[in-house]
Ligand binder design. Sequence first.
Ligand code: TRP
Length: 472
Amino acid sequence: MSAAREHFGSRLGFILAAAGSAVGIGNLVAFPVAATKSGGGAFLLIYALFVIFICLPVMMAELALGRRTDKDPVGAYRELSGGSKLWQIPGWLALITPFMIAVFYLVVTVWVLGYLVSTLTGNLDALATEAYFGQFINSPTVFAYLVVLMLIINGILALGVKDGIERAAKTLMPMLFVMLIALVIFVLTQENAMLGVQYYLIPDFSKLTPEVLSKAMAQAFFSLSLGMGILITYGSYMKAHQSVPSSAKVVALTDTLVAFTAGLLILPTIFHFNPQIDPTELSDSSAGMIFLFLPKIFLAMQDNIGYFGASAFAAVFFFLVLVAAITSLVSIIEVPVATLRDERGMDRRKAIYTIGAIQIVLAIFCAVSFGMVQWFTEFVTLAGANKSFFDLVEIIFYDTILPLNGLLVCLFVIYRWKKSNFDKELQDGDASFAGSFSQRYVNFSLGTFIPVILALIFINTVALKFFGISFF
Ligand code: TRP
């Protein structure tokens, strides 16, 4: 079986695919808004430190697990634990987590697709009205968009690692960079743009509360696709002897640069529209920003560039978000696909049909969680508040289980697989890593404070989301 394993064709292909996974809706919207509200440059600095000192070692650990075993997450944990029953658990968690995250992310991406189509058909004015979002997400058209989106993503996956995932990344990622930079250049030439840049960049260290720190940490961790089994899976498709440490650095840097650059787009756009705006009032949620707030801003641009120009700007923006979301969805759905292939011996096509069939049902449950079906809309009560099925999936898998998965990766690599084996894997293809400061740092941090930090985040999230208790 392993002789036939697919691999990425080039180092660049792997890097673009992994960066495509990491760059998502959160990079483009949630990150810039969080930074602006939470200390500007001070937040950016802290975020960068978290990426370098906490996330990068975890990323190396996941990639090394995959590259060493040439397997999906379940297989990787099984093989390196010598078949231990207990260590099957993180393997299965690293399967179910991406599976369920994909479900709610599909629904949000469906909305982006819908907004793109509406903009292209000349309806930006309708998008900018208060009532549109609620009507749109509760209209039957979302099911049609869901089918279209699933066809695109599963179509890419069906072509395989090299001809599907890698080729899509090599086409879509350069497109994403160009669109992002073009939008930034345009918006920076507009009136009041520099006000937005100031809010985004001027540091205010007094805003760095424990809550902000934990938010920055969570954002960095999620943004880099950690804890989702994706990097284990993509690691297994790396070419032999491709350096894990330096690839991880390039992927993390790309992801962070895209997030940073998105701030140079979002903030100036907002301030151009309303120089008096108080950034603390901006919505925390990506969805709130993309679907409720930004369309109004895009429409207001018509005073300068006309309705057509404003629609074109909005369309490029929605397309940018869509591309970012599609490359993330491809990577996350590849995890269960790889698992069914490796563990059950299914062929790629059958695995895709199996996963797709279950996911579309669950995605429909999420899509009707906004009022279409009462039972899903008021699915559970958590910490005294009503939560829909969609909310529940997000809370359990995105907020809670990700840090737990990260914690288990650290413990597994250092204490079960063992440092010396991990080191050997990192040195394979990167001789200079042996004995370096980075190596000592990665070994030490993964075995000590990184798991502690992830455990604290996990405990805090459980307390907050399920019991309404806040430690910070
Ligand atoms: N960076 C993504 C975002 O900001 C988060 C993410 C990483 C993700 N990998 C993913 C989301 C895979 C969905 C699928 O949205």
